[in-house]
Design a binder for this molecule. Structure first.
Ligand code: AMP
Ligand code: GLY
Length: 423
């Protein structure tokens, strides 16, 4: 039901290979790309019913929660579903995302560069505090499990870090915080790298940069993402070669060696420190809003790519990309990332995009008595693409101001520096 899912549905809808697309639960935008189904993707019985009722032939999982819940395993273990391929890893492989402790020990065991860390159980507060005291600020605290993007805290003050540590251990993030990781802080430029794999071989997608903070100059609270660019101008071949040989290839080789089958996307949250890549985290799905800048660049039919993945013949397919740059600006509800009102009517939405190089992907929207209204914190992800970063940026900032809803907010500085250090 987010911008990522709208972008996936939009790209799939351009394929000549499929007749119908269903989105569960979807939003006002996905309703233009296909048919929205009123289902909860975490309720596998509902998903099963939707698949049989509509004769669905392939399932693409957008977000992490159903993967962590084992949706792929559920399909494999069910006689009527086992022949319906799922794009997204089985639960044991999705663990790379749903357990940060697992991901860190996987990386450490296999020599994949990442920040040094230690993890502590909820009754090891004293040890955790002693480790915290041995580090220099800022302090990085992470809940082990999925915490809806809120489980990472970066704090410069020791007393405050210690008190947050206690709160996490006392259940601030529920079960996700039963283990806590304390990590060395890495100071550098963040970068999102994506691959899609069939378990045998993989294809690299264009990399992206996510703008995380609510305000200009990358100030203020952390959000789900306020904008993105792809590919970022500061990522060169040397860096991508390092990421490939030090991170991607060892990750896939070790998954194979550990007997963990993997089908789907891997999103590497990276940080570049003095020209060296480190992994911050693995995600076992695409990013949001990164998908909204990566998929418009795909030239090859996305359904062909996905078929090659589920048939384990990705190595035979050439995947082509437009040599363009894409820029996305996210429009948010007043108050986000804090509490915000919903149900605000949205005006000025362009009619479906056709051949245009601007796409308005819906995130938190719904249709209510014929009108499109806000229904979430991140409301719209407006993307433009063109032969240069400047061209895409000019187009996106031409499109955004004409889309109106009460109290709308967006950053005016997305893609405003060629080398957006830490932005
Ligand atoms: P999230 O997307 O909620 O997982 O946020 C994680 C964010 O925390 C990353 O995008 C980084 O900005 C930051 N972060 C995580 N780990 C570290 C680290 N070891 N050093 C510096 N920043 C980090
Ligand atoms: N944009 C970051 C994420 O999708 O996790």
């Amino acid at each position: 039901s987010g911008g990522r899912e709208h972008a996936i549905a939009w790209k799939l809808s351009q394929s000549k290979k499929i007749s119908r697309i269903f989105i569960g639960p979807g939003n006002a935008g996905t309703g233009e790309a296909g048919i929205n189904l009123k289902i909860n993707p975490e309720d596998f019985e509902e998903v099963k019913k939707a698949v049989s009722d509509n004769d669905i032939k392939m399932v693409v999982v957008g977000t992490e929660a159903p993967l962590a819940g084992g949706i792929h395993d559920y399909f494999l273990n069910h006689p009527h579903l086992k022949d319906v391929p799922v794009i997204g890893p089985v639960k044991n492989a999705a663990r790379l995302e749903w357990s940060k402790d697992f991901a860190k020990s996987f990386m450490t065991r296999h020599g994949i560069p990442t920040a040094s860390y230690r993890s502590f159980g909820k009754d090891e507060f004293d040890d955790a505090l002693a480790y915290l005291a041995s580090l220099t600020p800022p302090y990085v605290l992470k809940a082990d499990g999925l915490a809806a993007g809120k489980g990472v805290l970066i704090i410069s003050n020791y007393e405050q870090a210690a008190s947050e540590l206690r709160e996490i251990m006392e259940g601030k993030f529920g079960k996700a915080g039963e283990k806590v990781l304390i990590e060395q802080f890495l100071d550098g430029i963040e970068l999102s790298v994506f691959i899609i794999t069939d378990g045998k071989s993989y294809k690299l997608l264009p990399s992206a940069k996510d703008y995380k903070r609510i305000g200009e100059g990358n100030r203020g609270l952390n959000t789900g993402g306020m904008g993105a660019i792809s590919p970022p101008p500061f990522v060169d071949e040397v860096m991508m070669d390092k990421v490939t040989t030090r991170v991607i290839e060892p990750t896939l080789a070790q998954l194979k060696k550990d007997g963990i089958p993997y089908v789907g996307f891997i999103f590497l949250g990276m940080i570049e420190v003095n020209g060296e890549p480190f992994v911050i985290e693995y995600n076992t799905r695409m990013g949001d809003p990164e998908t909204e800048v990566v998929l418009p660049l795909l030239k090859t039919d996305l359904v062909e790519v996905m078929e090659a993945v589920v048939e384990h013949r990705l190595d035979e397919l050439t995947v082509e990309w437009h040599p363009d740059t894409a820029v996305c600006v996210v429009m948010t509800s007043p108050g986000y990332p804090g509490s915000y009102p919903t149900g605000l009517p949205i005006q000025g939405l362009p009619t479906p995009f056709g051949e245009s190089r601007v796409a308005v992907f819906h995130a938190g929207t719904k249709r209510e008595s014929g009108r499109v209204v806000t229904a979430g914190g991140r409301v719209l992800a407006v993307t433009a693409w063109g032969p240069s970063l400047l061209d895409a940026r000019a187009q996106v900032y031409q499109a955004v101001p004409s889309i109106l809803f009460e109290g709308r907010h967006y950053r005016t500085d997305i893609a405003h520096r060629a080398f957006p250090h830490k932005i």
